[in-house]
Design a binder for this molecule. Structure first.
Ligand code: BJW
Length: 260
């Protein structure tokens, strides 16, 4: 996707936000499932299309569910892995990668904190990505927590760990599990040190990610939200850009650096 060829600003971007972004030194962006919605990856909590309109999350995204029915959980993630493999980054992902390049070129620091496990930001070209909830493409041992790259062919579902024989599982963070320590520390640091913090496509109900924009606010950042729907952050955001990220983000980048 060539951002230069995208239509000029359709969604009004507040001029003072444009100026703040031009002079920002440290920018942090938090993304959620909504950013990948326009790539055809279902979100979690939306009534019609959300993954959890069809599946009960507590049946699938908890360690207890995996203990109870590892085959169903493994197969659900295998289905999602295939869906993501067929998906392509959308203009929102590409605009975030372009934002990082533009800011870095001007000597500013950029951190992309994502709750998504689909790897689409990296495929779009984003460099400094912090994955809070793991990555669907990786598999780990359910006993020893180590990432396992490959295992011998087997009919067993899930396959056993080639090192210790325990069940393999997706390398994602389930409810009640701790987030990867280094990723969480990097996200908190980026939020606390940011002068602009943008929350995009997340319902903002899952902790600890949901607290990051509020930490940024407490540390004096300009907090901006991009989402078609209101969230708990909306009343506190300095600017709310209401709309799909695949449209708003390219418009934002164009408005800030029309010359590219
Ligand atoms: C668009 C759009 C378009 C649509 N453009 N936008 C404090 C208070 C209360 C509870 C807790 C608390 N601290 C911890 C908890 C418990 C729990 C929690 O938060 N529960 C709440 C739900 C009540 N948190 C945890 O358990 C976390 N662990 C933890 O805290 O551990 C502590 C610990 C420490 C030490 C030892 C042991 C433990 C872990 C949370 C893990 C979350 N995991 C999941 C699954 C990942 C794997 C998988 O993919 O299956 O992560 S749950 C799911 O929700 C997934 C997502 O990353 C996450 C967030 O969802 P997201 O991205 O916001 O999606 P949606 O669907 O909710 O929203 C989509 C949004 O997009 C909407 O707003 C739309 O409007 C918008 N949208 N189209 C832009 N085109």
């Amino acid at each position: 996707m060539n951002l230069q060829r995208m239509p000029l600003v359709l969604i009004p971007i507040p001029p003072d936000f444009i100026n703040s972004l031009r002079s920002a030194r440290r920018v942090a962006v938090l993304t959620g499932a909504g950013v990948s919605a326009e790539s055809g990856v279902p979100t979690f909590r939306e009534a019609q299309t959300g993954l959890w309109a069809q599946f009960e999350p507590t049946d699938l995204a908890t360690p207890q569910a995996f203990e109870r029915d590892p085959q169903t959980v493994w197969e659900w993630y295998a289905w999602r892995r295939e869906l993501v493999a067929r998906a392509e980054p959308n203009p929102g992902h590409l605009a975030l990668a372009a934002l990082e390049t533009s800011l870095n070129r001007r000597g500013a620091h950029f951190t992309l904190i994502t709750q998504n496990v689909d790897g689409l930001h990296q495929r779009a070209g984003s460099q400094n990505v912090v994955e809070l909830h793991g990555n669907l493409s990786q598999t780990k041992c359910s006993r020893e927590d180590r990432v396992v790259e490959s295992w011998p062919p087997t009919r067993r579902v899930p396959p056993p760990c080639p090192h210790c024989g325990a069940l393999l599982r997706p390398d994602v963070v389930w409810f009640g599990e701790a987030l990867p320590r280094e990723a969480l520390a990097a996200a908190e640091r980026a939020a606390n040190e940011s002068d602009i913090f943008i929350s995009v496509g997340t319902s903002g109900v899952v902790e600890p990610a949901a607290s990051l924009p509020f930490a940024a606010l407490e540390h004096g950042a300009i907090v901006v939200e991009i989402n078609p729907e209101a969230t708990p952050l909306t009343p506190l955001a300095a600017h709310v850009l209401t709309g799909p990220s695949g449209a708003v983000l390219p418009d934002l980048v164009k408005a800030v650096w029309p010359e590219g």
